[in-house]
Design a binder for this molecule. Sequence first.
Ligand SMILES: Cc1ncc(COP(=O)(O)O)c(C=O)c1O
Length: 389
Amino acid sequence: MAVSMTTENTLAINGGAPVSATGVPFMSTALSEADIAAATAVLRGGMLRQATKCAELEERMARLSGAEYALTCANGTCALQLAYGALLEPGDEVIVPAWTFIATASMIAARGCRPVFCDVRQDTFQIDVSDAERRITPRTTAIACTHLYGCPVDIDAVEKLAAGHGLKIIYDAGQAHLATYKGKGIGGFGDAVTYSFYATKNLATGEGGMVTCNDGELARTIGLLRSHGETEKYVHGMIGYNYRMNDITAAIGCSRLDRLGAQTEARRSAAARYDRVIAGIDGIEAPATTNGATPVYHLYTCKLDPSAFRCGRDEFCAALRAEGVPTAVHYPRSLSRQPAFAPFVTEHPAVADSLSERVLCLPMHADLTAEQIGVVGEAVSKVASAYRA
Ligand SMILES: Cc1ncc(COP(=O)(O)O)c(C=O)c1O
């Protein structure tokens, strides 16, 4: 009896039996037969360029996200580049959280602007608006912030700050399709909102992106930037790019959009279960939600209290993997620590730095079962007990 108890408590990484021999999938990205049929129909029709399927995706996403205009594009990085291209001028300073995906900030630099890194909140991981405020200078023209992990930022606070200083706002919703703030879709807030439809995103087309906004003139400019600045056939009114989406991609997007509402609800249910499981484990904190926000849980990101354990986050994650629970770290480095940003950095925002050593993302997707969440909870408890300080 004593022997079997010991084996049961021994971490799999140390030779014990894993909590799950089969493992819990970290994500679920499979296409449905309907997605495949939608793409095939475009292939059979031979219309491979940006056409009616892109228009359909734009119309539906505009409606679902609460925006008047939506423009498809090649990917989320291009979406940022289009929004920044239309709203920023070279030399501008732009406040951006140090805790986000690289492109939110790197495309500011690519526009010839200066990214000014601000900190994020410990509880929600979202932009810390008071920290952003103290970094505003006469050269600041905009705030670019991400609804990170699928949780909207404190939009009221961002808008109040921006209005007080005459700043533009670009929201990066690459992880936040269908999220809402105070009951409204996030697509209509700020000057422009950008999305990614990368293969792992809540709405995934492989590669793909979008910009939404409420300003018709801005939408027109973005549309021109997207396609060589072409104002009429072979007349180019401005320098533009080819950042267009194609109809095969858009058809997959439209087909997947049919399920996105239900899938988002499934993610929210999974997150609610996780919240209950994590609340019972000392030293690990569940993600908090911005007041008024309804997140879509692209990622379910917890925070480890380093003083509670005799191991670091990476060792904790390695032990979880051995138990059958894969995790991910978004992100292992604050953006202010990225070599590419060295010329712009004068200080390293402290919370972002600490998060880089503390966060871990648990498996999260629409197909996660209650049983699998139970397995994750058991594995996290087992590893937490084994490493308890
Ligand atoms: C928040 C955020 N912004 C921008 C991007 C860039 O999008 P893409 O990979 O489609 O270029 C991503 C992810 O990939 C992201 O997570």
